[in-house]
Design a protein around this ligand. Sequence first.
Ligand code: HEC
Length: 305
Amino acid sequence: MKTSTIPAADANRTAARRGRRRGAGPFSASVVATALAALIAAAALAASGQALPEGGDITGVVRSTAGLEEGVWVIAETDDLATRFIKSVVTGNGGRFLIPDLPPARYEVWVRGYGLVDSARVEAGPGDELALEAVVAATEAEAAKVYPANYWYSLIEPPASSEFPGTGADGNGIATTLIDQSQWVDIQKQGCMLCHQLGSRIVREIDNRDEFDSTLAAWDHRVQMGQRGSQMTNVMNRFGRSRGLEMFADWSDRIAAGAVPPRPPRSATSSSRCGSGATRSTTSTTRSRPTSGTRPSTRTGRSTA
Ligand code: HEC
């Protein structure tokens, strides 16, 4: 069942804001009162040296040519604060959303979702109510660009269980230490993925493929690269090196040829509160943008990190 309730406090705040906006002539009493309150707050802030000034919400609705878009992310980002700041929520019933408690700043607000391509960015600030236009992906390949890394990784094909135990370099290429397929999969998981996920774009695609004679040679090179090259290469050896490389090369080749994972389900909206099923904040300590593969979160739970 889909429910959407607005907690009393939020409803009151929203009502207060609407009222303020409606009655807001340049010298209305409420504006003066608000300004006075802000002054007092600023003085208190200066005195205490703590706490950010009170922020506000950005609310609205997301639509596309397919209708109201439920279970998609609405992302607000700003570089105006001391560090880069991102807050994302998921649309609930009727495509509604509420991004709560944003510190005063100018934000770029945009939409990402399964079945969509990333929307245009709209400038907004706390207190604004937006009608955002989501863009339906023309092809499944376009849509798949933002699927989680593990969906892409699910396209990988380990050797069949009938090929175990491995018979070594002179046999089927699988290391003789591997007596069962689950041991191979364990290396994929605990060997490689102990350090990083494997389905992200930079791993599944090989931008400099042209520089190598084969995809396998490219893979052989890339697991020796960088500060952890020696460890990566040791893990690759545990499969039976060339057989391991073959698996990764075959995976990259099929993806380059257009293989696409199944579309993930959208976030459930049934537990949504104020039209936002999940809220996630990211504050970065550098001004650089995080790689697009890492945002937004694919978590569907309520996490106010
Ligand atoms: C000990 C940690 C560790 C392990 C284990 C590990 N990696 Fe890595 N991997 C890294 C780090 C760190 C980088 C970034 C290297 C750099 O650029 O300095 C990286 C980079 C990569 C890249 C390069 C992406 C690019 O920039 O082109 C690929 C591909 C890769 N890893 C695949 C694997 C595979 C496959 C395995 C398992 C066989 C594996 N890794 C195991 C830490 C690890």
